[in-house]
Design a protein around this ligand. Structure first.
Ligand SMILES: Nc1ncnc2c1ncn2[C@@H]1O[C@H](COP(=O)(O)OP(=O)(O)OP(=O)(O)O)[C@@H](O)[C@H]1O
Length: 297
């Protein structure tokens, strides 16, 4: 994602005389960021996500920026006349992938979510959980610049939930933006760059100090100690994934990363050219100082 997606004074109501669901909403979604949207039932979270995904247009105000977007809706139409792999391959082609590449990507994503065995099953015969895996796979298939997840974890088993958290970490580390709603306050706790509450038709940004239930300072973290080639800067993907980084000796860095992002960080270090040496990986405490968001490369 190269540019911000920006909402300016956005309002949405359904019907010309309907009550305003959202009004005067200003929001900027920057590349490489994770944003959580929360709020009570019926406050307009899904309405906001559909506007961000450009599946709906505001009744007033302006939206600028057109990242390549994928969206996982709250309810996924599962009775489509395709097999799981057929559907994903078809969508991959729609996203501009060649047919073979699309078919490979479809299988890769189904396998990552533990649904490879259902590739040939008609969508209408999939369980709710497996349909949800297909819904998530369809969104990840085209490496979207903006990924919008509306309760996408609901119905997934524990392994698939963790896999989706990893996929989110991969997207943001690659410079994409992710916006999500989830009823579980522990979801990606400690990871979001920003959390907003939809209330009274507006958006309230939650500050770091309001970290009671999944605020930006919570959540399990992993500490990675890595030794780099002399004088080499940390790989940019590693910097994006890490919450804090400290050079403890020449070339030796102590990185604190949300546990859900540790795979992405390790891969960034190990695949750097030349690769970094990972000295130690251990569970950490979440008291490390926050990286200055201005340092995001
Ligand atoms: N297509 C629609 N037509 C008419 N009203 C709608 C439509 N979509 C949403 N609404 C109304 O807009 C309001 C906000 O709904 P929305 O689904 O955005 O809230 P939400 O915060 O996502 O709710 P939940 O937490 O229950 O999923 C509700 O009053 C809802 O009835």
């Amino acid at each position: 994602m190269h540019r911000d997606l920006r909402l300016t004074a956005v309002g949405r109501r359904y019907g010309i005389r309907g009550p305003w669901v959202l009004r005067g909403v200003d929001l900027v979604i920057a590349p490489g960021t994770l944003t959580r949207i929360e709020g009570a039932n019926g406050t307009g979270k899904s309405t906001l996500l559909r506007l961000l995904a450009r599946l709906d247009a505001p009744s007033e105000g302006r939206i600028t920026g057109r990242p390549r977007t994928a969206y996982v809706p709250e309810r996924f139409p599962s009775s489509l006349p395709f097999t799981a792999a057929g559907y994903l391959t078809h969508l991959g082609s729609v996203h501009g992938l060649g047919r073979d590449t699309a078919a490979r990507a479809a299988l890769t994503w189904l396998e990552r979510f533990g649904a490879g065995g259902y590739a040939g099953t008609p969508m209408a015969r999939l369980s709710k959980g497996t349909s949800q895996k297909v819904a998530v796979a369809q969104a990840l298939l085209g490496d979207p610049e903006l990924l919008v997840l509306d309760e996408a974890w609901t119905g997934l088993d524990a392994a698939a939930r963790a896999e989706l958290e990893r996929a989110v970490a991969e997207r943001t580390a690659a410079g994409g933006a992710v916006v999500f709603v989830d009823h579980d306050p522990r979801r990606l706790a400690g990871v979001p760059d920003a959390t907003y509450t939809v209330t009274g038709g507006g958006l309230l940004r939650r500050s770091d100090s309001d970290s009671d239930s999944g605020g930006t300072a919570d959540g399990p973290v992993t500490v990675v100690v890595a030794q780099g080639p002399a004088g080499a800067p940390l790989p940019p993907e590693a910097v994006r994934a890490a919450r804090s980084a400290e050079e403890t000796a020449p070339g030796r860095h102590r990185l604190t990363v949300p546990a859900s992002h540790s795979d992405v960080l390790l891969r960034a270090l190990l695949t750097a050219r030349p690769p970094w040496h990972v000295v130690r990986v251990e569970p950490g405490t979440a008291d490390a100082p926050h990286r200055d968001p201005g340092s995001r490369p």
